[in-house]
Design a protein around this ligand. Structure first.
Ligand SMILES: NC(=O)c1ccc[n+]([C@@H]2O[C@H](COP(=O)([O-])OP(=O)(O)OC[C@H]3O[C@@H](n4cnc5c(N)ncnc54)[C@H](O)[C@@H]3O)[C@@H](O)[C@H]2O)c1
Length: 277
């Protein structure tokens, strides 16, 4: 891992060139954005994803150094194999534990009407199991599989895609997702505390809504996006490129004394709307 030295120059502070970076859920959306931010700055990127076609398209877009491996991040054995393969070829310096899924909409419609099918008591417990198993389980297992390789390297970075749902309740996002990201938020802090001794820094990026393919790509639709845009003082929701800066900060020497932190990128949504509702 590059050290900070005493240089304050951007090209040294934010240098990720030559780092071996793994991104789970890297074939789409936010993960693909993280991969792009790394690859365009000279890192060697490996994408883990369950979607073979999307992996191939992503690697073509990222360039010849990018590698795509079909890995289900809920599957500990597949992760172990994937990380062993990367470690053998390139070592492992930075891991984005990013794979995650939606748990469906919240308890009201964008117009504020109560949705009976999404009432708390109507939610299928199997949905909770599924969302926890991907959002918490895959994050946990990705960290477990990565840690021995980062320790062997003498340190590294784990950057977890959390959400503002880790700390804020939601109207338009379902309870299983909110519960899952609450758990992810504490996993990051707990791991950061334990792993600091090994030079492994663990931090979270917590976006508000981002236009990706999650939840069937519903945020690509103007009407679905509108209430989220009204809720953000900056007046729009994020695109994956709005997260590039945080990714570069947390992967580079610029954040060498930062661990257990959470960077919120939400257009001010957590502050509350900028007009009475
Ligand atoms: N889009 C948002 O509004 C938003 C907001 C906050 C946080 N997040 C988080 O960002 C992360 C990425 O979501 P996104 O919005 O980019 O979604 P996306 O659907 O565009 O991309 C997710 C990718 O993860 C892959 N994936 C899903 N399950 C997997 C598994 N078990 N193993 C490996 N890969 C798997 C998918 O195939 C897909 O390529 C998730 O953790 C999500 O909770 C998203």
């Amino acid at each position: 891992m590059n050290g900070t030295g005493s240089s304050a120059r951007i090209e040294t502070l934010f240098d990720v060139s030559g780092l071996s970076v793994v991104v789970t859920g890297g074939a789409s959306g936010i993960g693909l954005g993280f991969a792009r931010a790394m690859a365009e700055n000279g890192a060697q990127v490996t994408l883990f994803d369950i979607d073979r076609d999307a992996l191939d398209a992503a690697c073509t877009a990222l360039g010849p150094d990018a590698v795509g491996v079909e890995v289900d991040a809920t599957d500990a054995a597949a992760l172990d194999r994937g990380f062993a393969q990367v470690a053998e070829a390139r070592g492992v310096d930075v891991v984005f534990a990013n794979a995650g899924i939606s748990g469906g909409p919240g308890f009201v419609t964008p117009d504020g009407e109560r949705l009976g099918s999404r009432a708390f008591e109507a939610l299928d417990p199997a949905l909770l199991d599924r969302v926890l198993s991907v959002n918490i389980g895959a994050t946990f297992r990705t960290m477990q599989a990565a840690i021995p390789h980062l320790k062997a390297r003498g340190g590294g970075r784990i950057i977890v895609t959390s959400s503002i749902s880790a700390t804020h309740t939601e109207l338009l996002v379902g309870a299983p997702y909110v519960a899952s990201k609450g758990g992810v938020g504490m996993l990051v802090k707990q791991a950061a505390r334990e792993l600091a001794r090994y030079g492994i820094l663990v931090n979270a990026i917590s976006p508000g809504p981002v236009i990706t393919n999650i939840g069937g790509g519903r945020l690509q639709d103007d009407a679905s996006r509108a209430p989220f845009e009204r809720a953000a003082p900056l007046g729009r929701i994020a695109r994956p490129q709005d997260l590039y800066g945080a990714a570069l900060f947390l992967a580079s020497p610029a954040s060498s004394h930062v661990t257990g932190a959470e960077i919120i990128i939400d257009g001010g949504a957590c502050l509350g709307p900028d007009r009475p509702v």
